[in-house]
Design a protein around this ligand. Structure first.
Ligand SMILES: CC(C)(COP(=O)(O)OP(=O)(O)OC[C@H]1O[C@@H](n2cnc3c(N)ncnc32)[C@H](O)[C@@H]1OP(=O)(O)O)[C@@H](O)C(=O)NCCC(=O)NCCS
Length: 197
């Protein structure tokens, strides 16, 4: 008899921070689940060239071989200005993706819940995202507080959602979202050129 993960009393997955060296595996999963068109999303303008917010690049991994089954990352952004003209620091969520072979088994929900709890513990005030309202509303996201905010590119307003981790945090926030994270380090190499003879 072939034993499945479930019937040998092992958890089906566990969640931890993504580790250095796992980017290739994560990108392969994203290619498989979302394709290359993910790079054309407006959210990408807030992510490209930046590191995820500290502690908020999470993966669900297989308990035996540690392969990545699902990924979620959150990014530091400024969500416009408040009524006193001060920048509103917040997080942008995405991409969230689950391996096609593990869909509808609670991995997406587990990563969402874990990420939201961790963002709140870290003191963040709000999370924004562009995604399916039917999926994200179960975690408390709605379009109620995004009417005066906009993405830096094309998007559908009814899919532009937010969740406040601190009550009324986004009240009065107005403007275009901007990236606010640490930049991805660029390693520059120089090579000695041979003189032409
Ligand atoms: C969307 C996604 C992250 C959900 O993760 P998952 O682990 O498969 O889903 P969960 O087990 O957490 O939740 C399953 C439930 O969500 C629903 N659901 C899944 N995707 C949905 C969607 N796009 N819109 C609405 N509901 C959705 C399922 O029908 C199921 O509903 P039920 O609980 O009433 O049966 C995953 O399917 C995925 O990676 N999709 C492709 C990438 C993507 O679209 N990501 C961003 C979402 S906007």
């Amino acid at each position: 008899m072939v034993e499945t993960i479930e019937n040998i009393n092992t958890p089906a997955f566990y969640i931890r921070e993504e580790m250095i060296g796992e980017a290739f595996m994560r990108e392969a999963l994203l290619d498989k689940v979302m394709g290359k068109q993910r790079f054309r999303k407006s959210s990408e303008k807030l992510r490209r060239g930046y590191l995820p917010s500290a502690g908020l690049a999470l993966v669900a991994v297989h308990p035996v071989d540690e392969r990545i089954l699902a990924t979620i990352r959150l990014w530091d952004i400024v969500a416009g200005l408040d009524s006193s003209g001060q920048p509103v620091k917040a997080l942008l969520l995405g991409p969230l993706a689950v391996d096609l072979d593990f869909k509808n088994r609670g991995l997406g929900a587990a990563l969402m819940t874990h990420a939201i709890e961790k963002a709140a513990i870290l003191g963040h005030g709000a999370i924004l995202l562009v995604g399916d309202p039917q999926y994200y509303q179960r975690f408390g996201f709605s379009a109620d507080k995004t009417a005066l905010l906009s993405m830096p590119g094309p998007y559908e307003q009814h899919r532009f959602l937010s969740l406040e981790l601190i009550a009324d945090y986004l009240d009065g926030a107005k403007g275009i979202l901007k990236p606010a994270g640490k930049k991805t380090p660029v390693i520059k190499y120089s090579i000695r050129m041979k003189k032409a003879v």
